[in-house]
Every structure is written in structure tokens, then in C-alpha cells.
Design a protein around this ligand. Sequence first.
Ligand code: URA
Length: 191
Amino acid sequence: MDREALWNQLEEAVVHCNRCNLARSRTNTVLGEGNRQARLMFIGEGPGRNEDLMGRPFVGAAGKLLDKMLEAIDVRREDVYIANIIKCRPPNNRVPKEDEAKICLPYLRRQVYLIKPKIIVCLGATALHYVIDKDARITAVRGNWVERKGYYMMATYHPAALLRDPAKKYEAWEDFKNIRDKLIDIKSAKE
Ligand code: URA
């Protein structure tokens, strides 16, 4: 099967997914979007209200902030891929339950397998816990690179956390500059 067919298969599976209770309350599933050959992939927590309504990731206030941060490091949103740990909105935007996340994770793994990004950035504690380290604290490990299975991975604050607590923006900006430098390293290593 070619790549496009594999993506179609994944999209179909997610759109019709009924594996957990979140399927009952969702408006739309949110698989993710962006460049399917991206070097840089972001992983958030799960769709919020706007994302649920539009079927797209990071389109609300947190998404607008993410867009600005990308612009600040000269990265276009359409050049990266953006996904979430879970594909359906939890009621009242609560944190996904462990069983919901675990049921949904094979979809994310499939996305990572198909995209094969060089860099994976986890936005916030939920993505950190399910992708990098289930016991780590975001305040302790943010900004640190972990190299695993050929991927450079880092966690930074979720943009929604930055909206709640703007004092964290300085550290997040340091992390984004670090991401920009890693991208430059990877590009120059290829040339
Ligand atoms: N927050 C997330 O974690 N993901 C989205 O897609 C939107 C907000």
C-alpha cells in the first residue's frame, strides 16, 4: 500500500472510532494536520471546544499563540505537523483519562511512523507523560532533549499554560529558540 493509502486508512479508522466513551460526546474527531513529511512534529493534549467544532488541532486561543511562537522562530505552520495524544474532545476539556489516552495512542504512533519527523515536541504535561516519560515533571524536564529511536524529543509548556501564566513565556521562548537551533543543525547535517 502506498503512503497516501495508509493515511486514508488511518483517517477512516479515526473518523469512525468508537473505542472509548469520548466518541459519544464529540462533534468531530481531530486527527492532526500539517506537512506529512515534516521534520518537526508537535504533540498536544487533545481537542478543545474550537478544535472539536472544526475538526482541526490548535485553532483556538492556544493555537493562535502556538502560531505566533512558530512565526517567531521562522517556521511556517504548514511546514510542521501538529497532533494530539487523544483525537476526541474530553467533556469540559478535562485531562484525558489514562485508559482513553492508551486506547488512542496507537493512532498517534501510526502518525509518527508515517511522518518520521526528526524532532518531536511535546506541548504540556499530558504529551510529556505519554510520549517521553510518565513520571517526569514538566517544570523539571522542559527544554531538555532526549534522543530515542532516532527522534530528538523535547517537552515544553503547553501554550494554554502560557496564557494562564505569562511568567512562563520566557522559558518557553528559550525552548523555541532551542528547537529552531536543532532544526538548523539537522538541516545542515543533511547538506
Ligand atoms: N489544546 C491541545 O492540547 N490541543 C489542541 O488541539 C488544542 C488545544
